[in-house]
Design a protein around this ligand. Structure first.
Ligand code: NAD
Length: 350
């Protein structure tokens, strides 16, 4: 595979192949764009079928971080790293330290954090090789409450934009997936007066939601047909597709899952149907915003206020999408591009 010719190359600034003989580390670090600052993005460890698949994942994910960090008003560009291997059987503390040394060689152009297949404990090992790391055990904590709060803020802004309602009182919300983010989102929505329908494949969470939140439980596949105002996908990717979109009764989609649209055409399908879609990489940015605030002098109130600004950015994107007659995802991409092409100025984040 030619990296420069890859369909996902998209002007990447730097792509680094890393190998450490002693620990067996094989990794790729991709830096998409650093106009706004050092490229921040997680380190994914995955058993890729081959090297091409790993390169494609690194390029795709690092580009996504440029857009996400720009819309979240962070002084960071976008990057990502992938380690080739099975996180359960191949990962060792020495390998993570070697990864830290590889990150360090980039002199701060890349800041690494945890992702699928890596943990806060792994970042503690990475820290032994570099100071350019976030999400270290004991310093960051679980980002999920911040992610859920961001989705909650975004959901409220979306309800205001579509239904003209300032409050969630009586608003019917279907939450798909009651994991770390979904359950907390459901709890916040319930406190704000929403009426919940929920699904999960894990029955213990369903019982908890029935008991503590008065939620109505439906079977996993039935969530798409629920008679609700808002659909909140908080489980898997690609749940908005040609099969599910025609089934939705909701007029707002606002949830935490990554890569909710199966294809770009699904954004247009939602628009045509009159469904307001909160672009996933913006509404679920609370976790990365929280990472920005962690460390010495951590101020929870300031961090959550920053996360809450997701609502205002969404409102802006909805206005732009309506004015331009484009899907909200396209309007979000355009705004992100404006922001990262411009670079970062502290006034932007004020
Ligand atoms: N945790 C974060 O801070 C964060 C940040 C950004 C994006 N996200 C995304 O948000 C989503 C949820 O994250 P999480 O941390 O809560 O994950 P999680 O693993 O804690 O929760 C996912 C839940 O979805 C359920 N689920 C799986 N398949 C399902 C199905 N077919 N129908 C209904 N439920 C199903 C699982 O049983 C689980 O309870 C993921 O897509 C994740 O990538 C999370």
């Amino acid at each position: 595979m030619s990296v420069f010719e890859s369909a996902h190359f998209d002007g990447h600034e730097q792509v680094v192949f890393c190998h450490d003989e002693a620990t067996g580390l094989r990794a790729i670090i991709a830096l998409h764009n650093t106009n706004r600052g050092p490229a921040l993005g997680g380190c994914r460890m995955w058993n890729y079928a081959n090297e091409d698949e790993a390169v494609t994942d690194a390029l795709r994910l690092s580009r996504g971080m440029t857009y996400k960090n720009a819309l979240a008003d962070l002084p960071w560009g976008g990057g990502k790293s992938v380690i080739l291997g099975d996180a359960k059987t191949d990962k060792t503390p020495a390998m993570m330290r070697a990864m830290g040394r590889m990150v360090d060689r980039l002199g701060g152009a890349y800041i690494v954090a945890e992702d699928v297949g890596t943990t806060p404990d792994d970042m503690t090992e990475v820290r032994k090789g570099t100071s350019h790391v976030k999400g270290v055990q004991g310093e960051g904590g679980d980002p999920s409450p911040a992610t859920a709060y961001g989705v909650f803020a975004g959901l409220k802004a979306s309800v205001k934009a579509k239904l003209g309602r300032d409050s969630l009182a009586g608003i019917r919300i279907a939450v798909q997936g009651l994991g770390n983010v979904g359950f907390e989102l459901a709890r916040l929505a319930r406190e704000a007066g929403a009426v919940l329908t929920v699904s999960d494949i894990n029955t213990s969470m369903l019982e908890k939601a029935e008991r503590e939140l008065g939620a109505t439980v439906v079977a996993p596949d039935a969530i798409y047909d629920a008679d609700v105002d808002v659909f909140a996908p908080c489980a898997l990717g690609a749940t908005l597709n040609a099969q599910t979109i025609p089934r939705l009764n909701a007029s707002v989609v606002a949830g935490s899952a990554n890569n909710q649209l199966a294809t770009e055409a699904d954004g247009e399908a939602l628009r045509r149907r009159g469904v307001l879609y909160a672009p996933d990489y913006l509404i679920n940015a609370g976790g990365v915003i929280h990472i920005f605030h962690e460390g010495p002098g951590y101020d929870r109130k300031a961090a959550f206020e920053h996360v809450g600004r997701i609502g205002a950015v969404l409102t802006d994107i909805y206005a732009r999408a309506a004015a331009d007659g484009v899907p909200t995802q396209a309007a979000a991409d355009r705004l992100a591009e404006e922001k990262f092409q411009l670079g970062f100025s502290p006034r932007q984040a004020a």
